[in-house]
Design a protein around this ligand. Structure first.
Ligand code: ZN
Length: 272
C-alpha cells in the first residue's frame, strides 16, 4: 500500500497538461487545451484538458478524469501503478508499507534505480572522454566530419569510448561502484578469470534517452573497421530499456514535434 500522503503528493505534482501531453499533441484553446482523443477514433479534436481544474474530458466518447485515471485508462495500469508511474515522472519518493508485493516492488525499484545510476555515470564518463586527447582525435573529429555542431553534441550527450579494454571498468571501480549493475546494463562483461572488460570500445557513443531525459541505453559506432565486432553495438534489453518502447531522439524532439505538429522518422542515430 502506498501512503495517503504519498498519493496526495503525486496527485498535487501531476500537471494534467504535462501528463496527457506526453502522449498526445495539445493546442491551446482559451483557458483549456484541445487534442485528438486517444480513446476513440476522431478527426476533429474534442478531447479537452483543463490545467486549472486538473482534468480532461472528451466530448466525443465521454471519457473524463484526472492524471491518474488518464494513465490507468491509457496504459491499462492499476491505480497503484499509475501513481508509481507519476511518482517516477516527478521524482517523488513513495512511502509504502511492508506488504509482500510492495517489497518485491521495492526490490525491483531499487534495481532500476541502481541501473539508471550506472547508466548516468557511464554517460558522463563517455562525454568526458570526447574531450581527452584520444577522444578529440578519434571521436570528436568523426562528429565534426559528419557536420555535427557543438550544440548537437551537447544536446544529445554524444560521447566517446576509448580504445583501452578497461577504461570504464577502471573509472567505475575508482568510484566504488558495484560492477554488477554495469554488467547488467551491458556496459562491461566478466572474464573467466573474474576480471572485467569494457564492451563499448573505440566507438562514438549515442546515449538513448527515455521521454523524461534519463539515459537508459547506448548505441556505439565503430570508428576503425574491425571484422570481429559489429559496426554498431547496442545495449541489450534491461529492466529500464525495452527497445520496442523507445524512439531515439524523442526526448530532444518531443516539444518541437508538438509545436509544429510534424515528425519525420529516419533510420539511424546520425540521421536523427
Ligand atoms: Zn474520446
Amino acid at each position: 500500500m502506498i501512503s495517503r500522503q504519498s498519493i496526495d503528493a503525486v496527485i498535487n505534482a501531476s500537471a494534467i497538461d504535462e501528463v496527457v501531453g506526453d502522449y498526445i499533441a495539445l493546442k491551446k484553446r482559451g483557458a483549456n487545451l484541445l487534442g485528438r482523443c486517444p480513446f476513440h477514433d476522431e478527426k476533429t479534436p474534442s478531447f479537452t484538458v483543463s490545467p486549472s481544474k486538473g482534468i480532461y474530458k472528451c466530448f466525443g466518447c465521454g471519457k473524463a478524469g484526472n492524471s491518474v485515471s488518464f494513465l490507468m485508462e491509457h496504459d491499462s495500469l492499476s491505480f497503484a501503478d499509475a501513481i508509481r508511474k507519476l511518482a517516477s515522472k516527478y521524482n517523488i519518493v513513495l512511502e509504502e508499507d511492508n506488504a509482500v508485493n510492495s517489497e518485491a516492488y521495492n526490490e525491483q525499484q531499487r534495481k532500476r534505480e541502481a541501473l539508471l545510476i550506472a547508466l548516468e555515470f557511464a554517460k558522463k564518463y563517455f562525454v568526458e572522454q570526447l574531450y581527452t586527447e584520444e577522444g578529440k582525435r578519434v571521436g570528436d573529429s568523426y562528429f565534426r566530419e559528419r557536420g555535427f555542431t557543438k550544440q548537437t553534441i551537447d544536446d544529445f550527450d554524444l560521447g566517446y569510448s576509448p580504445q583501452a579494454w578497461d577504461s570504464l571498468v577502471k573509472a567505475a571501480t575508482s568510484q566504488q561502484f558495484n560492477l554488477d549493475h554495469f554488467v547488467e546494463a551491458g556496459l562491461i562483461k566478466q572474464r573467466e578469470d573474474g576480471g572485467y572488460f569494457d564492451l563499448f570500445r573505440h566507438r562514438v557513443i549515442f546515449p538513448i534517452h527515455d521521454l523524461t531525459g534519463k539515459v537508459i541505453a547506448f548505441g556505439g559506432r565503430q570508428l576503425v573497421k574491425d571484422e570481429k565486432s559489429p559496426k554498431y553495438l547496442n545495449s541489450p534489453e534491461t529492466e529500464v530499456y525495452h527497445k520496442s518502447h523507445v524512439l531515439y531522439g524523442i526526448f530532444q524532439s518531443k516539444k518541437t514535434i508538438k509545436q509544429v505538429n510534424n515528425c519525420y522518422l529516419v533510420e539511424g542515430y546520425t540521421d536523427v
